[in-house]
Design a protein around this ligand. Structure first.
Ligand code: SF4
Length: 140
C-alpha cells in the first residue's frame, strides 16, 4: 500500500510500477498486482476503483508505528523536515483537480485543499518540487 501510494502521489506510470513489482517480488503475479497495484494502488484504469486511494502521513501514522521513528515530521506538509508524503499528497490533489473534484467521494479532501489556498499551498508546491528533486538525486 505504501509503495503504491508513493507511486500514485509521485505520478509513476502504472504499467511500469506493475513491472517493478514483478521484478522485485517472486510472488507478484499479474492476478494479484494488476488489480491491487494498477487499479487500487495508483488508480491506473478507473475500472472498479471509484476514487484514488491517496494517503498522507496522517493515514500512515494512524495505521502503523513507522512515523514515530522517522526523521521527517508527519504533521508537517511544508518546510524543512516535512514528511514527503504530505507535500506530494496535496500537490497530487492540486494537480489533478480537474478530473477529481467532481467525484463526490473527494468532496471533503477538496474542501481541505481549498482551506490551504494561497501562501500555504504555494509552500506545499515548493516542498513537493523539492521532494521530487531529492528523489531524483536518490536522497529521499
Ligand atoms: S513521517 Fe516518515 S514514516 Fe511517516 S509517512 Fe512520512 S516518511 Fe513515512
Amino acid at each position: 500500500m505504501l509503495l503504491s501510494n508513493f507511486g500514485l502521489l509521485y505520478g509513476v506510470e502504472p504499467a511500469q510500477l506493475n513491472e517493478w513489482f514483478h521484478a522485485g517480488y517472486v510472488d507478484a503475479y499479474h492476478g494479484v498486482t494488476t488489480p491491487n497495484v494498477v487499479e487500487m494502488g495508483v488508480f491506473g484504469a478507473g475500472v472498479f476503483a471509484t476514487k484514488p486511494y491517496a494517503a498522507s502521513a496522517n493515514y500512515v501514522n494512524r495505521m502503523s508505528d513507522y512515523c514515530s521513528g522517522c526523521p521527517y515530521y508527519h504533521t508537517k506538509a511544508r518546510g524543512e523536515g516535512a514528511c514527503p508524503f504530505n507535500a506530494l499528497y496535496w500537490a497530487f490533489l492540486d494537480c489533478n483537480e480537474d478530473p477529481l473534484r467532481s467525484n463526490h467521494r473527494m468532496g471533503l479532501v477538496y474542501a481541505h485543499l481549498d482551506d490551504k489556498r494561497g501562501e500555504e499551498l504555494e509552500a506545499i508546491r515548493e516542498r513537493a518540487a523539492e521532494v521530487r528533486e531529492m528523489a531524483e538525486r536518490g536522497e529521499l
